[in-house]
Write a protein that binds this ligand. Structure first.
Ligand code: SF4
Length: 141
């Protein structure tokens, strides 16, 4: 089964399976091939894959360096061209999950996933039209 089947599965059973939640405040979704992503909409992006249940337990995946790094982002891991890198609100902003990586990637591209959320008043002008990408996604589903 390809990863592209995931959205269909997820939409059919999102309230009863595949979703779990921990204190770190990050969601996880198990994909058909066993990979675990923190976001069902970013299943295609390796930056958000935190492990594979065929290789590790859920606990191991949840406590993996990659999972913890995403849950506890450090300013040093933000690229220098991102305005978040020099933002005085960085810690509060990340601790309170004031961002949607899906929207950030839609607005600024995959390579700029650590840019500010486009709703932030410090965010730069969007590179891509969010409404266009939303329509494109609707067609995929
Ligand atoms: S999203 Fe905005 S408020 Fe949050 S760290 Fe980035 S620039 Fe600062």
């Amino acid at each position: 089964m390809s990863k592209n089947c995931f959205l269909v599965i997820c939409l059919a059973c999102i309230t009863t399976c595949s979703l779990f939640y921990v204190n770190a405040g990050v969601n996880g979704f198990i994909l058909p091939d066993g990979e675990v992503t923190i976001c069902e909409q970013l299943y295609w992006n390796p930056n958000f894959i935190i492990g594979n249940v065929n290789e590790n337990s859920i606990s191991e995946i949840w406590n993996s360096p990659k999972s913890l790094a995403l849950a506890n982002m450090k300013i040093d891991n933000i690229q220098e061209k991102s305005r978040c890198r020099t933002c005085t609100l960085f810690q509060d902003c990340f601790d309170n999950r004031n961002r949607c990586w899906v929207d950030i990637i839609k607005a600024y591209g995959e390579e700029n996933w650590d840019y500010p959320d486009p709703r932030c008043n410090k965010a730069p002008k969007m590179i891509f039209d969010l409404s266009f990408n939303t329509k494109k996604e609707a067609i995929m589903v």
